[in-house]
Design a protein around this ligand. Sequence first.
Ligand code: MN
Length: 231
Amino acid sequence: MTTLFDIPTTTVPVVDSDNEFPVRRIYCVGRNYAAHAREMGFDPDRDPPFFFCKPADSLVYCAPGSVAEAPYPSLTENYHHEIELVVAIGKGGSNIAVEDANEHIYGYAVGLDMTRRDLQIAMREKGRPWEVGKAFDASAPIGPIHPKAVVGLIEKGKIFVEVDGNMRQQSDLTHLIWSTPEVIANLSTLFELKPGDLIYTGTPEGVGPVVRGNIMRGGVETLGEIQVKVV
Ligand code: MN
């Protein structure tokens, strides 16, 4: 058998090492901070978490100390930033118990769940899938993976993003409605998790638009910062 053409494997560098984390799937959690659920017009009760996906090749790697570039996407006039903690899965499983979930984490990263908000809302109102609003090319900027073995469990700490120096989103991971272990446990009832999966854990309040020329600078405490210019 001959493979007709090569498709590049998406990888994310592991900080301070020669290792690269190969990416299998990207899962994202919707409405996981109460204040963000409210700003999107929803009551932040503790409904079970819900999920959507982005393609692995929608990642844009943001090297520390440099400014990555993301093209302004097509067919939107409301392109939004969502700063998020990203969990990298190192050990797979189904029906993972909450108390075992941390064993499945390889590490963490800072990510942006970039969103064509106008298209997402139009699809939502028609009861259609969110892909065109969420899963477009270059919709998932990400910084390097920080191994859990180095940084420990990330369960609290500041999360923020500013645009051209103006603070837009500022919260703390303690405000997650569903904690990282709870997200892993719930997601693993729906899909078998495997090494190489990434989970964007949701965004706090303050989402808003960016335009060409804006530079987003976002971070999570202990995981450093990423910078992305919209081009
Ligand atoms: Mn999000």
